[in-house]
Design a protein around this ligand. Structure first.
Ligand code: AMP
Length: 599
């Protein structure tokens, strides 16, 4: 693999020098303590608060009048929010939470698209020292109920339409949810047991003063998926902003006058860590588009907003590739100087497409909900090897651990994990704990958290290899979770929803290859006696999945089976199901009860 083709790059005329100019030197000199010094801390040595680093410190200085967020609504003109405006808006939100009696550390949930209220709300909650938890707006009622319940949310901010469709039907199952605040309604128009957000914000004091904040105070709760059981709530703390800032500098190459656009939805960790926190910590201008993907609109945004740094996802790049270069005609993309992507494997063709059509390769990087920030990256100053995720960030030690034949980590005689030193050998990607944005817990589930660690390493659940030049290459997941259009989907969640249907006795759910989304969700079901397979039932089950789970999680295909391959303990053997579906060798899959039950 060390002979993989590389794309060398030049710094274009008039472009700033890369922040990370010499990879080895940067790694050698980097310390997290040094990275922390790039931030201000709360005035008077009162700790570290994310909202202060992202908003107030800029609002109190020369960046006060700079546009922090430029909202492009579906219709109508752009709405600009300066750092000074954002300080007031987040102050109002923090005062409102205070007035509602919400305590530091309590969860404030958001079920909203990319709207100004979400950005002010998340940062306002952080200012108030309550915990921001964003939910993906395409979730159906069941994933919303699970997350609000597991997260023990006290407050939910959402729209009237989402409330009616996704929350009202399950509200009685959420006794701890004390306040539901709705956008877009007047005080008189709010449905029973909800309140209108806008009038409350108007009355609230914009000048909220942040209380001392311990850097280890819980700040963010991000739900992610395993292959069994309920979603996992990854807990992140205020200190995470040190990593967001440092990685924004080295991996995204943010410079002071950048116009930055991150296309990730704020219901996912990328939409928070890099859609809000990293760029605002750098005081740059962020473009926020409320609409969904549309090639012409996207090229229009890149050109009209003069976007300089663009962080997007492989599925989006593949959609642009599919539309063809004609869609670019008439759009001036000359402002763009850095493009990065994350969330799923970036195929080499997409990297090369970037070179040919955007004038630069797309820089893949790797991280996950638990890591809170970018861990492995193709840096602007480094040659890119198409298909590789790049090299570990300064301050990050990554390794490939050897696996035993039951999916665990092989250990040596002294119980230490075996680190693969030879290039090109596959194993589990692991990281040495200790970076600031690492998750501190799975909320309420210490055992699951403890299982992520083996002899001083954090196990990522991804299979990878490293080449002779130190570049990492993604191989696949070590468990059964599905990545579709960048969304992590737990097969268990989909199986459970299907089994709620009276016709379904058993369900097995896998990811099948999809040229654009990477993977698509496919379900196999065994029917209960008295139910016959057929087109009508297939459609009914597809509709049931969409209603319960939302379109982003529901299966796209359903096949009927007389039986599913089960382990001795009657768990569905998804890998065997997948191997059979895709015509892959079954190997020892049918005889071994494979572990890896909990990703
Ligand atoms: P999430 O926690 O939802 O952000 O998903 C994290 C998972 O997405 C990782 O564990 C990988 O399986 C996958 N992933 C993220 N970035 C990449 C990448 N650059 N290449 C391949 N897979 C990726």
């Amino acid at each position: 693999m060390s002979v993989a083709p590389t794309i060398a790059k030049r710094v274009g005329e008039g472009e700033p020098a890369p922040n990370l100019a010499d990879y080895d030197a940067a790694r050698a000199s980097f310390t997290w303590a040094g990275a922390r010094e790039a931030l201000d801390g709360l005035p008077g040595g009162r700790g570290l608060n994310i909202a202060h680093e992202c908003v107030d410190r800029h609002a109190d200085g020369p960046r006060a009048g700079r546009v922090a967020l430029r909202f492009l609504g579906r219709h109508g003109p752009a709405v600009d929010v300066t750092y000074a405006d954002l300080a007031a808006a987040t102050g109002r939100f923090a005062s409102l939470l205070d007035g509602l009696g919400v305590e530091a550390g309590e969860r404030v949930a958001f079920l909203l698209g990319r709207r100004p209220e979400l950005y002010a709300g998340v940062l306002g909650a952080l200012k108030h020292r309550s915990v921001a938890c964003t939910l993906f707006s395409a979730f159906g009622p069941e994933p919303v109920r699970q997350r609000l319940s597991l997260g023990d949310a006290r407050v939910l901010v959402t729209t009237p339409a989402f409330y009616e469709r996704k929350v009202a039907p399950i509200r009685h199952e959420l006794p701890a949810l004390r306040h539901v605040l709705l956008t877009d309604v007047t005080a008189d128009g709010a449905p029973a047991a909800t309140r209108a957000l806008d009038p409350l914000l108007q009355e609230a004091d914009p000048g909220y003063v942040t209380e001392p904040t311990d850097p280890e105070q819980m700040a963010l709760l991000h739900f992610t998926r395993g292959t069994t059981g309920t979603p996992k709530g990854a807990v992140h703390v205020h200190d995470a902003i040190v990593a967001h800032h440092a990685t924004g500098l080295s991996a995204l190459d943010l410079h002071d006058d950048d116009v930055y656009w991150c296309t990730a939805a704020p219901g996912w960790v990328t939409g928070i860590s890099y859609g809000i926190l990293a760029p605002l910590a750098h005081g740059v201008t962020c473009v926020v588009d409320e609409a969904e993907f549309d090639a012409d609109r996207w090229y229009g945004i890149l050109s009209e907003q003069r976007v300089t740094v663009w962080y997007t996802a492989p599925t989006a790049v593949r959609m642009l590739m599919k539309v063809g270069p004609e869609a670019m005609a008439g759009h001036d993309l000359s402002a763009l100087r850095f493009v990065a992507s994350v969330g799923e494997p970036l195929n080499p063709e997409a990297v090369v497409w970037g070179s040919e059509h955007l004038g630069m390769p797309i820089h893949d990087n790797w991280w996950q909900t638990e890591t809170g920030g970018i861990m492995i990256s193709n840096f602007r100053s480094m040659p890119v090897k198409p298909g590789s995720m790049g090299r570990p960030l300064p301050g990050i030690e990554a390794a490939i651990l050897r696996r035993d034949d039951r999916g665990g980590i092989a250990v040596d005689g002294s119980g230490a994990a075996q680190v693969v030193e030879e290039p090109g050998v596959e194993g589990e990607l692991a990281l040495r704990p200790g970076w600031p944005s690492m998750f501190r817990a799975y909320l309420g589930d210490p055992e699951r958290y403890a299982r992520c660690f083996v002899s001083g390493w954090y196990r990522t659940g991804d299979l990878a290899r490293r080449d002779g030049d130190g570049y990492f290459w993604f191989v696949g997941r070590a468990d059964d979770v599905i990545k579709s259009a960048g969304h992590l989907i737990g097969p268990f969640e989909v199986e459970s929803a299907l089994m709620e249907h009276p016709a379904v006795a058993e369900a097995g759910v896998i990811g099948i290859p999809d040229p654009v989304a990477g993977e698509a969700v496919k379900a196999f079901v065994v029917l209960r006696p008295g139910h016959e397979p057929g087109e009508a039932l297939r459609k009914e089950l597809l509709g049931h999945g969409r209603r319960r789970l939302g379109a982003a999680v529901a299966p796209r295909e359903i096949d009927f089976r007389d039986e599913l391959p089960l382990t001795r303990s009657r768990k569905v053997m998804r890998r065997l199901l997948r191997a059979r579906e895709l015509g892959l060798p079954e190997g020892d899959l049918s005889t071994l009860e494979r572990g890896a039950d909990d990703g």
